[in-house]
Design a protein around this ligand. Structure first.
Ligand code: HEC
Ligand code: HEC
Ligand code: HEC
Ligand code: HEC
Ligand code: HEC
Ligand code: HEC
Length: 360
């Protein structure tokens, strides 16, 4: 609400300054000097009213966005840590885009992810500022020499939104790194937090980032060639519950927002569990969880690697065990229960289950 007021106030202020408000209701004073020309050929100040006006567009987006997890900034505290700020703050993200490096500074007084993190806002002060800031292919943290482009073709053009989201919604590098996912040699791990971190959704959509330890390569459902993050997470909004700039997929009021699936899956019911896909994945996920716990790899109380371990007393795991655990963490953090990439997630879990069952 405060934000709304600020916006309305600033809108009125801007209009008052440019004299627009007074034209209709008071006698015109002496003509001031002409302002510099804006990029659209209009008076520079007048371009402010392209966005700051009595229309609803911006107000609606702010209303929706304020309900999103981005806006609540529950993780902004991580901005004060170097290496975390690149995904957890506005400033760190911009630094990352500029330097191309995954190493970012620590920021105090950081801003949460906001309108101008994703849009160019207040760059040229014209409507072109709604353009997305960066839709270039992603060089993932886990292998910055590689490049993933999830641009999809849509009627009348292309949509590169997934690349924007993917600059943050991806895994991080872990140390020690797995060099041979089929290896039965041991490596020492010093922290129970070893793993891919939260939010690997871009990699899951792409069908990348998992370690293959099975006999055959993992399959991949081709959502990536047909649908971007925006199609599912930013469909037509219902209030501040789901869709639009809430980025939210389901709520207690609306249930699963299956309206976003229906253009392609006309027969979908009232939940995302298309043909039991989520039920299937949930079952395999639980099965692997139990196996990992039985073999003392996973601690189900903390959902972290099973300790104890420390810098001075590393715990030994085989590479293949760590690879199975890494894949399990990807599925856990992805939280779509197979929707992002059904075949890939299914094969990751199956390979892990097969291996863990083969252990004595
Ligand atoms: C492309 C659309 C657009 C244009 C053009 C635009 N603004 Fe904004 N402005 C925004 C958005 C979006 C916000 C942020 C709203 C929020 O986060 O709540 C904003 C915020 C503001 C704020 C609140 C403080 C802040 O920085 O967040 C002021 C003041 C402001 N704009 C003034 C201006 C002025 C003056 C101009 C013209 C010189 C202008 N704006 C042109 C979209 C625009
Ligand atoms: C600058 C990095 C960054 C970008 C870009 C980004 N996100 Fe996020 N996202 C985050 C972080 C960090 C969180 C955790 C919440 C927070 O902000 O504290 C999050 C949270 C979310 C959540 C809520 C998850 C939950 O716990 O319920 C969704 C959904 C989401 N993002 C979707 C998207 C989509 C879709 C895009 C692209 C349009 C996107 N994000 C772009 C970093 C980013
Ligand atoms: C590559 C981008 C990236 C980096 C780097 C990153 N994070 Fe995150 N982090 C995310 C995203 C995206 C989410 C939200 C994922 C979701 O909700 O699905 C998140 C979520 C979190 C959460 C919330 C978890 C929860 O269960 O609610 C914490 C805490 C967190 N990160 C801590 C850190 C710390 C500490 C660092 C640095 C050591 C860090 N992150 C570095 C992308 C990143
Ligand atoms: C996480 C990234 C992200 C954030 C943060 C974000 N947006 Fe957006 N916004 C998008 C995407 C993606 C689209 C759809 C892009 C497209 O159609 O080109 C979009 C579309 C829009 C549009 C329609 C633009 C057009 O060209 O028709 C407006 C207006 C808009 N956003 C306003 C806002 C405002 C206001 C805020 C802050 C309250 C905001 N956005 C925050 C990602 C974001
Ligand atoms: C085919 C539709 C689809 C696409 C494309 C898609 N998602 Fe999702 N996403 C989902 C569904 C469904 C869920 C599970 C939501 C639930 O059960 O509430 C989900 C869950 C999530 C979550 C966990 C938080 C939440 O809302 O439950 C995040 C974060 C997320 N997706 C981000 C992304 C990002 C980033 C992209 C693009 C790289 C993306 N998604 C692409 C459908 C999609
Ligand atoms: C833009 C079109 C589009 C949208 C929107 C879309 N999907 Fe899909 N979906 C597809 C296509 C195409 C395939 C098949 C891809 C292939 O052949 O690999 C697919 C496959 C799937 C599969 C795998 C089915 C199987 O048996 O292999 C699931 C599960 C799924 N979608 C769920 C969803 C859900 C849930 C939503 C909404 C949150 C959604 N999809 C939104 C186009 C879409």
């Amino acid at each position: 609400m405060k934000k709304l007021l600020l916006l309305v106030l600033s809108g009125i202020m801007v209009m008052a300054v440019s004299g627009l408000i007074f034209i209709g209701c008071t006698k015109e004073g002496p003509q001031g000097p002409a302002g510099p020309n804006g990029t659209n050929g209009k008076d520079a100040n007048a371009t402010c009213t392209n966005c700051h006006n009595f229309g609803d567009t911006v107000i609606v987006k702010i209303f929706q966005y304020d309900a999103s997890k981005h806006a609540s900034a529950s993780t902004i505290i991580e901005a004060a840590r170097s290496g975390c700020s690149g995904c957890h703050s506005h400033e760190g993200f911009l630094e990352k885009l500029q330097t191309g490096s995954t190493v970012t500074q620590a920021y105090n007084d950081a801003a949460p992810i906001n309108c101008r993190t994703c849009h160019l806002i207040h760059n040229t002060y014209s409507p072109t500022d709604w353009a997305l800031r960066d839709i270039e292919p992603v060089h993932p943290y886990i292998d910055t020499t590689s490049s993933i482009d999830l641009t999809v073709t849509i009627p009348g053009g292309t949509d590169g939104t997934s690349n924007l989201c993917g600059k943050c919604h991806q895994a991080r590098l872990a140390s020690p790194w797995i060099t041979n996912p089929k290896g039965t040699d041991s490596v020492g791990v010093t922290s129970t937090r070893w793993g891919p971190h939260h939010g690997p959704q871009f990699l899951m959509l792409a069908g990348k980032g998992a370690f293959e330890m099975g006999a055959s390569a993992f399959a991949s459902t081709n959502h990536k060639g047909n649908v971007s993050c925006r199609n599912c997470h930013m469909g037509p909004a219902q209030g501040e519950a789901v869709g639009g700039h809430t980025l939210t997929m389901s709520s207690t009021e609306t249930g699963d927002n299956v309206a976003v699936c229906r253009p392609c899956h006309t027969a979908i019911g009232t939940t995302f569990d298309l043909n039991g896909a989520q039920t299937t994945i949930e079952g395999k996920y639980q099965q692997l969880k139990v196996l990992l716990a039985q073999k003392k790899v996973l601690d189900t109380n903390t959902m972290l690697l099973k300790g104890p371990m420390s810098a001075t007393k590393p715990k030994k795991f085989t590479q293949i065990q760590l690879a199975v655990y890494w894949n399990f963490c990807l599925v856990d953090a992805d939280r779509s229960m197979g929707v992002h990439n059904f075949a890939y997630i299914r094969d990751m879990l199956d390979a892990g289950i097969t291996y863990m069952n083969s252990l004595p």
